[in-house]
Write a protein that binds this ligand. Structure first.
Ligand SMILES: *[C@@H]1O[C@H](CO)[C@@H](O)[C@H](O)[C@H]1NC(C)=O
Ligand SMILES: *[C@@H]1O[C@H](CO)[C@@H](O)[C@H](O)[C@H]1NC(C)=O
Length: 577
């Protein structure tokens, strides 16, 4: 399909680009032994292991290995745990957007402009009339238990999301019909619209007084939920900095796909030597409390870069192998799975006793040209047990032999030098090298095994979005047309197209991403043109929960412009079995 030999000049160009983007090496500050930590460099739930302070059998030759970059890089990307394979423009791109607005508002909104519209710091010009409602964080959180029960979720999250004090509100009660016959690619037409009938204004400051119209029922045929399954045949490895692992979203997102599954996570904490034993214990406890089988480990060699550790975490993973371990997933720290079942099913088609190297390319052919034909880090590299053992046995040699310092390139080079395995591509894995507005991707009917870049290139809460997959399996991002002009992309948006749906070819991805060019033709093209924002009103997913009765509530929000006197508008979908 693609040339397996890339011209040398291209590799060199790639190398130059790579060298300019080298993530920071964790070695600069002198390592301070955590008080009382002794030689512990590994902590796992329920037990504390004590691997040797020096890497096992570390050959002296290691010192001669190309110490890539450490000092020559023009800028550090602190804590970056990506395999480093951002397309050339990535770091530039990440430098461009202004710092996000207040966290509560910024977090859920991956949609450029959405949160800024009314939360800007410039005070609005004094209005002619006093506004009838307030925006942003001016309004107090409504007293609990003050709202009609059905409004509790809106009231709670409305305050967290800094919605306006009054919102225009629509509610629909989805009655799912579970079926194993669903054609997931079909976009079924539903005559009842999601907006219009039943619309009301909700006053969050006087919540008890709100009278809700009846919840209009809509029947939707959806796939069955995934069966409860254990995935103790899979072990995953990541390499990242303490703060990135410990941030607000991190444990929650890992928990979404790992909690209670018996899949193992080996998290190499690149700055472990600089962290106190108490900090490591606290992080470890967070994972344990979240019912994740995690083991925190220290770099095999403290001089390794994050990218080198991205590969050498495999040595730790092999040490935690169980008789049932079949697949080794080397991931970026922001690789996310809506559910592990589709990955497990896809891998089960291959024999883990043979050498398999599974993953996918970047969607951007320029990145493939620059970095090579390999499993790109964000989509993950999945090694069969047989191949993992071969690479593990050669790990330190592979660090020396690698043609570039980046994690997924080290993996690829190691595979190619020490086995006959070649890349097997799984189409439903995604590197997600799409910049800017990701709507086109999420509204394309895609059935992603994984997501990536959700906390860097755009900002989403994948563990809330994909609660849909807890409720109805493969229905996450499934689409339906409603009324004459609305499309639901489940867990991402409800879009209302003022020109209707007749001309809208939903087979193609809308060109919302900012970096699309013909380099994407081989992967996801052709695209449909970007719709003028005046003709597409997007209610973007902002939050969801599943309550103890198993009811899924999703909030889709259109952010009004306070200065133009617009309230926020909310559509709540209540999915009840
Ligand atoms: C792996 O296990 C062996 C044997 O228990 C031990 O000597 C070695 O230090 C371990 N390596 C790592 C990286 O944990
Ligand atoms: C569904 O709606 C679309 C857009 O209005 C239309 O083109 C299509 O024919 C409809 N499909 C069915 C099965 O009615």
């Amino acid at each position: 399909m693609f040339p397996s030999k890339v011209p040398r000049v291209v590799i060199l160009t790639g190398l130059v680009l790579l060298l300019q983007q080298q993530p920071s090496s964790p070695k600069e500050p002198p390592p301070v032994a955590p008080p009382g930590a002794g030689s512990k460099n590994e902590v796992s739930v329920g037990k504390i292991e004590q691997p040797p302070a020096a890497p096992p059998a570390a050959p002296a030759a290691h010192d001669d290995s190309p110490a890539p970059n450490a000092d020559s890089k023009p800028h550090d990307i602190p804590q970056s745990a990506d395999a480093g394979l951002e397309p050339p423009a990535a770091s530039e791109h990440e430098a461009l957007p202004p710092p996000p607005p207040p966290p509560a508002a910024a977090q859920p909104s991956g949609h450029p402009g959405a949160a800024d519209d009314h939360l800007g710091t410039t005070p609005p010009p004094p209005p002619a009339e006093p506004p009838k409602f307030e925006h942003g964080d001016e309004h107090p959180i409504p007293p609990p238990n003050n709202c009609p029960t059905e409004l509790n979720f809106l009231a709670k999250t409305g305050a967290e999301l800094h919605l306006s004090s009054h919102v225009k509100y629509n509610r629909r009660c989805i009655q799912p019909i579970f079926s194993s016959e669903v054609d997931r690619n079909e976009v079924v037409n539903i005559s009842t619209p999601l907006t219009g009938e039943g619309k009301t204004t909700v006053d969050m400051k006087n919540c008890a007084a709100n009278k809700l119209p009846k919840c209009i029922p809509i029947k939707l045929t959806v796939p069955k939920p995934y069966p409860e399954e254990k995935f103790n045949n899979m072990i995953f490895g990541i390499s990242t900095g303490y703060d990135r692992l410990n941030d607000a979203s991190s444990v929650a997102t890992f928990a979404h796909w790992m909690a209670g599954t018996d899949a193992q996570l080996i998290a190499l904490v690149t700055d472990m030597p600089e962290r106190s034993a108490a900090e490591i214990r606290a992080l470890n406890k967070r994972f344990g409390d979240a019912n994740i089988k995690a083991t925190l480990v220290r770099a095999l060699d403290d001089s390794f870069t994050t990218s080198q550790s991205h590969f050498t975490v495999l040595v730790h993973m092999l040490n935690h192998t169980k008789p049932e371990t079949q697949w080794y997933g080397l991931l970026d720290d922001d690789t996310f799975f809506p559910n592990l079942k589709p990955l497990a099913d896809a891998l089960a088609k291959f024999d883990h006793n043979k050498d398999y190297y599974i993953g996918t390319l970047s969607e951007d052919f320029a990145a493939v040209r620059n970095f090579g034909y390999m499993a790109f880090g964000g989509a993950g590299a999945y090694l069969s047990a047989a191949l993992a053992q071969k690479l593990g046995d050669n790990a330190l040699k592979c660090i020396e032999e690698a043609t570039a310092p980046e994690g997924d390139i080290i993996i690829r080079d190691c595979v190619y030098r020490h086995s006959k395995a070649k890349l097997t591509i799984l189409d439903e894995l995604w590197q997600q090298d799409l910049m800017g507005d990701p709507s086109g991707f999420f509204e394309s009917g895609v059935r992603p095994i994984n997501l990536h870049h959700w906390k860097s290139w755009f900002h989403l809460r994948p563990e809330r979005m994909s609660l849909a997959s807890d409720f109805c399996g493969d229905c996450f991002l499934q689409r339906w047309r409603f009324g004459t002009d609305e499309v639901l992309s489940n867990g991402y948006s409800i879009a209302k197209y003022s020109d209707g749906l007749e001309e809208l070819d939903l087979n193609f991805m809308e060109k919302t991403a900012s970096n699309l060019n013909d380099g994407f033709d081989f992967s996801i093209g052709p695209f449909r043109p970007l719709i003028n924002p005046d003709k597409k009103k997007s209610f973007l997913f902002e939050d969801a929960n599943i309550d103890d009765k198993g009811v899924l509530r999703q909030l889709y929000v259109w952010r009004g412009n306070a200065e133009a006197g617009e309230m926020d508008e909310v559509i709540e979908l209540v999915w009840k079995k």
